[in-house]
Design a protein around this ligand. Structure first.
Ligand code: IPM
Ligand code: MG
Length: 366
């Protein structure tokens, strides 16, 4: 089959890791008889440099017309990059928020898995890391504090700022349905995370999630307050299967979950709308400090490409092949710098490779 994939290389290490993911997709195409045509669009700092804004309407139209979008990362060093001298709505991140909203990508899936081979990189106690974990964070992505009304104004001689956290029943229902659907394909447990002891939006969240749960009698639902969840993620991450939560809580908890896997360079993500369409990106940032050195870990982007095949193109076998190749490459002892063991003995047992080499090694295993 022929598929049209739009790529957003973006900023920092983005272009380097997207190149490797494309390489892997080309290998999949070859091996399984598909054709992927790639079209690049600009977003973030790369778009600001050319167009003065982080995302053009033309770029959005191109993305909309694709079967799926594969993204690297956007943004630069917030204290030194000239992009951050611009007003907030013209900075790189505004492009990301705009594409999420324009493409209605309300469901953000962020898997956090501890690979056996990388258990040593897990910063938690050995008894916890040895038990392993495999969770899926389902983050609502187009509502809440990120998209509520906000303003800064002067009152009684001082500045005051307001952000608003709004959710409607339908916004909660559609993400909850996605969460339960995913749980049905996994270990059938949903932990809905909120702050219902304080926030009205959380009390509504809880009510709607309970209504949706009635349609999934096989799924166990539990509610957890967000502060407790932050604690449980480092105390006993194994207890989680699907974590279902609103935008801001999901932003914070997904970074925490990724950190306990040992490296943010390993984690993929998918942002989906209510059709098969989605935008796929590594969970890590643009890492401007190491950009252009050929040392960034491309695995998160390669695994994002696997999610793209699975969720947007229904190519499960091909997605499995990429995931298996990643596991194999780790088993064979290849590591990018971010996942190198810290101790001398550990270092002797593995081989450090760069970005392109890691891409090649994964291709060889497909
Ligand atoms: C993420 C990022 C973004 C977010 C930023 C860059 C706006 O942290 O994808 O988690 O907060 O959603
Ligand atoms: Mg974040």
């Amino acid at each position: 089959m022929d598929y049209n994939i739009v790529c957003i290389p973006g900023d920092g290490i983005g272009p380097e890791v997207v190149t490797e993911a494309k390489k892997v997709l080309e290998k999949v195409a070859d091996r399984y008889g598909h054709r992927f045509s790639f079209t690049d669009i600009l977003m973030g700092g790369a778009s600001i440099d050319v167009h003065g804004i982080p995302l053009t309407d033309e770029a959005i139209r191109t993305a909309k017309a694709a079967d799926a979008v594969l993204m690297g990362s956007i943004g630069g060093d917030t204290s030194t990059s000239p992009w951050y001298k611009l007003p907030p709505e013209k900075r790189p991140e505004a492009g990301l928020l705009k594409i999420r909203k324009s493409l209605n990508l309300f469901a953000n899936l962020r898997p956090a898995v501890l690979y056996n081979e990388l258990a040593a990189a897990c910063p938690l106690k050995e008894e916890i890391s040895e038990a392993g974990f495999d969770m899926m964070i389902m983050r609502e992505l187009t509502g809440g504090l990120y998209f509520g009304e906000r303003k800064t104004f002067e009152e009684d001689g001082q500045l005051k700022a307001i952000d608003t956290l709004t959710y409607s029943e339908s916004e909660i229902r559609r993400i909850a349905i996605k969460g339960f659907d995913i749980a049905m394909k996994r270990r059938k447990k949903v932990t809905s995370v909120d702050k219902a002891n304080v926030l009205d939006s959380s009390r509504l969240w809880r009510k709607v999630v309970e209504e949706v749960a009635k349609d999934y009698p096989e799924v166990t639902l539990e509610h957890m307050l967000v502060d407790n969840c932050a604690m449980q993620l480092v105390r006993d991450p194994k207890q989680f299967d699907v974590i279902l939560t609103e935008n801001m809580f999901g932003d914070i908890l997904s970074d925490e979950a990724s950190m306990v896997t040992g490296s943010i360079g390993m984690l993929a993500s998918a942002s989906l709308n209510d059709t098969k369409f989605g935008l796929y990106e590594p969970s890590g940032g643009s890492a401007p400090a190491i950009a252009g050195q050929g040392i960034a870990n491309p695995i998160a982007t390669i695994l994002s490409a696997a999610m793209l095949l699975r969720f947007s193109l229904d190519l499960d076998k091909e997605a499995d092949a990429i995931e298996a190749a990643v596991k194999q490459v780790l088993k064979d002892g290849y590591r990018t710098i971010d996942i190198m063991p810290q101790d001398e003995e550990g270092k002797r047992q593995v081989t450090q490779v760069g970005t392109a080499q890691m891409g090649d090694l994964i291709c060889e295993r497909i």
